[in-house]
Design a protein around this ligand. Structure first.
Ligand code: DON
Length: 319
């Protein structure tokens, strides 16, 4: 049944409230078995569909979770949000709006047509075309340097050293012809300056970084906390970059379903095909859910329901 909407007062919930809400969200979502595990990357096809974890990391450093919050999975598209933030910190928002855009394409994450419809302009940094164009802008004199910049930057968001899942990286590298095609198309439109296949390789590595639900909750909490990681106390990006990143996520974090997500959850979020969703309650918390069964748009079915409950129950919904 629907959770009543209450206008957010601005006060954060108590830790006890969060703990109870996480358990209720888990119980209310566990019976959902709709959706399917992503199998277009062969190595992902064997993932257990029943894995389920929820974690909330508050900006005061309190981290609470239930279920499979320590189960490692590859970050996939969730990386797009944090790489965009790191690039924004380096080159500034105006350049990114100009080169890549911040609008929703209304099309699937791996759409080729979105480029064709817009003279090769990606429009949206959370779709693969825009994410590839963003990764192309990562500082570094070589793909290795760019990769290290990303790995270190995402590790600062997580507050721990993140590592590559070699098997998923190899599997996706052998099956990512579509992304190679998108990168070539970007090159053809003059939208990326570097070798497009190198860009795809760095992007595939960024997608293959291993995280847990706890890690992505802390990554989200860093954006909620104006760019300061609430566990390490280190500044990762500026407050302005956090604002810009959250605005991008509100528009496009759940692809063509972003409007519906905003309607139901009222917060910026980002999903990935391994079944993670990170959601940011600005000034309050990062919420992570992990459940691999996805809907047709590639978003976790249980994750959406659990996050909707938490957002309403804890007064996080921004509207
Ligand atoms: O580009 C890809 O196909 C993946 N490595 C990432 C896609 C993804 O996670 C889309 N999310 N729902």
């Amino acid at each position: 049944s629907a959770v009543p909407y209450t206008v957010a007062t601005g006060a954060p919930p108590s830790s006890d409230d969060v703990a109870e809400a996480i358990h209720v969200a888990y119980d209310r979502s566990l019976d959902l078995t709709d959706g399917a595990v992503a199998d277009y990357i062969p190595e992902l096809a064997d993932t257990s569909p029943d894995l389920f974890g929820i974690c909330v990391a508050e900006v005061d450093g309190t981290v609470q979770g239930v279920g499979d919050v320590d189960h490692p999975f590859t970050i996939q598209s969730i990386s797009k949000a944090f790489v965009w933030a790191l690039v924004c910190e380096e080159i500034g928002d105006e350049k990114l709006i100009d080169l890549i855009g911040v609008n929703n394409t209304g099309l699937a994450f791996d759409s080729v047509m979105s480029l064709e419809l817009n003279d090769g302009h990606p429009m949206n940094p959370m779709g693969n075309a825009g994410a590839l164009a963003t990764t192309a802008l990562v500082p570094g004199d070589s793909p290795d340097e760019q990769w290290e910049f990303i790995r270190k930057g995402l590790s600062r968001f997580a507050g721990k050293d993140l590592e590559l899942d070699e098997a998923v990286y190899r599997s996706e590298s052998a099956s990512n012809q579509r992304n190679q095609g998108i990168a070539r198309l970007l090159e053809g439109y003059g939208r990326i300056g570097s070798n497009p296949l190198d860009v795809v390789d760095v992007y595939t590595k960024q997608c293959s970084l291993l995280v847990t639900a706890t890690d992505i909750a802390v990554m989200g909490a860093t954006l909620a906390d104006g760019g300061i990681n609430p566990i390490t106390g280190a500044r990762v990006v500026s407050e302005t970059v956090c604002h810009d990143t959250l605005a991008v996520l509100a528009a496009s974090g759940l692809y063509q379903n972003s409007g519906e997500w905003l309607f139901r959850i009222g917060l910026p979020g980002k999903s990935g095909v391994t079944g993670g969703i990170v959601t940011i309650a600005p000034g309050k918390a990062g919420i992570a859910t992990f459940s691999p069964r996805l809907d047709a748009a590639g978003n976790s079915v249980r994750g959406q329901r659990a996050t909707a409950y938490l957002s309403r129950r804890l007064g996080f919904d921004l509207f």
